[in-house]
Write a protein that binds this ligand. Structure first.
Ligand SMILES: C[S@@+](CC[C@H](N)C(=O)[O-])C[C@H]1O[C@@H](n2cnc3c(N)ncnc32)[C@H](O)[C@@H]1O
Length: 219
């Protein structure tokens, strides 16, 4: 049901054959993550908040690419909370080349071996808390996060993760001026994010994608 694929920039990704959906852009998994989540989301927030330490929320841990890339490019001290309903089997994780490409092999392994539902310090600048549950049922809490990676499967396959109600829960869990990014620029997603309270902007996408989205909780 989940298979390994190679994307155009040489980084691997995974594909769910039942949904006919890959975990990342087939034009480049690492290139997409670096632009959409790291540059437009994480580093954008860090540059606007020098000397502050962000709490990051991710919808869809999957291969762990966003998490290891955040650790790689991290200029601060990060707490990373991530939700995943269908953990990827370890045999597939071992075939992914992210650790090697980012020179983070040990950290990538430790991150994946760390137990679910616990906060684990991967090093003294990065702790992770992985939750094995459905994101739509998760209690995100109030005013906890500064950066959000909205990286669920597409609205066609996972409509419940792109609704106004779901985005309202995320909005409530964000602190002032939190930054959310996503690869998905569909009209229904833009409208739902606005309706939930976010201010949105379209940004140029990575190869193969015209636009992506950044949403900000402006207070
Ligand atoms: C587009 S993939 C991206 C994964 C990840 N960010 C990565 O870099 O590999 C979407 C992820 O969301 C997960 N997912 C699907 N439905 C979910 C749900 N209801 N709650 C939480 N995670 C879900 C999938 O299993 C998959 O790992």
């Amino acid at each position: 049901m989940i298979s390994l694929i190679e994307t155009k920039d040489g980084s691997f990704s995974l594909k769910r054959s039942d949904l006919n959906e890959s975990y990342h852009s087939e034009y480049g998994a690492l290139s997409e993550t670096k632009l959409v989540f790291i540059d437009y989301g994480f580093l954008y927030w860090c540059n606007n908040n020098p000397n502050a330490n962000p709490n990051v929320l991710e919808i869809g841990f999957g291969s762990g690419l966003n998490a290891i890339a955040t650790m790689k490019f991290n200029p601060a001290k990060v707490y990373y909370e991530t939700i995943e309903l269908y953990p990827v089997p370890v045999e597939l994780i071992q075939k992914l080349n992210y650790g090697k490409l980012l020179s983070m092999e040990k950290e990538f392994e430790t991150m994946h071996l760390s137990p679910w539902e616990e906060t684990v310090e991967i090093d003294n600048t990065f702790s992770i808390s992985k939750h094995h549950t459905a994101a739509q049922n998760y209690d995100f809490g109030n005013e906890r996060f500064d950066v959000v990676y909205l990286d669920a499967f597409s609205p066609d396959n996972e409509p419940e993760l792109w609704t106004i109600d779901f985005f309202k829960k995320i909005y409530q869990s964000c602190r002032a001026n939190a930054v959310l990014t996503t690869y998905c620029c569909k009209g229904i997603v833009k409208r739902a994010l606005k309706e939930a309270g976010f201010q949105i902007e379209k940004l140029p996408g990575p190869e193969g994608k015209r636009e992506v989205l950044r949403a900000i909780k402006r207070i």
